[in-house]
Design a protein around this ligand. Sequence first.
Ligand code: UD1
Ligand code: BG6
Length: 371
Amino acid sequence: NKGSYEHYMQKEIHEQPESLKTTMRGRLIRGGSCKAKSVLLGGLKDHLKTIRRSRRIVFIGCGTSYNAALAARPILEELSGIPVTMEIASDLVDRQGPIYREDTAVFVSQSGETADTLQALQYASENGALCVGITNTVGSAIARNTHCGVHINAGAEIGVASTKAYTSQIVVMAMVSLAIAGDTISNQERRDAVIDGLYDLPNKVRDVLELDQEMKELAKLLIAEQSLLVFGRGYNYATALEGALKVKEVALMHSEGMLAGEMKHGPLALVDENLPIVVIATRDACFSKQQSVIQQLHARKGRLIVICSKGDAASVSPGGLCRIIEVPQVVDCLQPVINIVPLQLLAYHLTVLRGYNVDQPRNLAKRELLN
Ligand code: UD1
Ligand code: BG6
């Protein structure tokens, strides 16, 4: 039921404040003074000791689910101190890459049924790894065949392009990071900041959804473009990949998400006054590096659209020439949840304006065959 919305993708983008609340419900525990305290993930609690002892955590997924894991990787590395590596499910299977008994393999999948991810699960399981599922679908193959896991509880996602599942996956993996970390004195301040950030997130997502009209206006400007680049780094490398994936899979426009740190090693050659480029430059430890990326792109007359934190317009727009999208600031590791929303809205409006099918992109059947 689409309610008052025209498309499921639109409905699912706009219901993210609620879906995130459902994802967190019952899992954030308040302390004595009513302050946030810890997380409780029923599906993991008996396995945390084993996970903490593992030599490596390997994230495995496809498409949007892979991107969500990539977004959560920095906070998991930081809070667990365990090396975290990334695998695209099909590539792990193609390479028969090394997976050991001392590994924790985390399978991320909205549907819980993606064939590539299931093959990787079977492979990792045969190699003796602890297999953990993060899925939206109770009773799915991944939920059934993993040793333990967490349901993201985002509610059914009907649009083929994943939106609310992406943000709920990131939130679950941030909670998993907190659960693995446990509460030591040394990480208490950081943990409190992340937990407070989680409580606050649904309201901040509601704020960022107010950009809807602004993103529609931007979509009108981009409607006839051939291509769109998206540069991000750090916590928001994943945002660049996921924003570009949304634009290509529903708006059927070529788009590439790129690591800003790699800009001068190739992509810079593409920059001219015609190609639109989105740069994600919200406040975090990489901010000044992104400012210098913007400067270099500007020096080559790049057509820039900059996503920045509220109040930062003047700091990210040389000569006032960039188009600016200001978003609310949250704790750095949760900023990807906020930053993807304007790009979801952009992909949605581009698709409608270009006259394509929003909820079932033309190559859906082909994609199923490819699986
Ligand atoms: C569970 C209940 C929830 C109830 C809550 C009350 C289910 C599905 N969930 O939620 O309805 O309100 O207790 O305490 O009944 N699992 C996997 N692989 C996966 C995902 C999950 O093995 O990919 C396993 C978990 O290890 C766990 C079970 O499935 O044993 C349920 O997981 P989850 O729904 O996340 O657990 P709770 O949040 O505790
Ligand atoms: C692909 C879809 O087939 O599967 C992507 O086109 C999706 O949109 C990917 O992200 C992974 O799906 P799931 O259900 O495993 O998260």
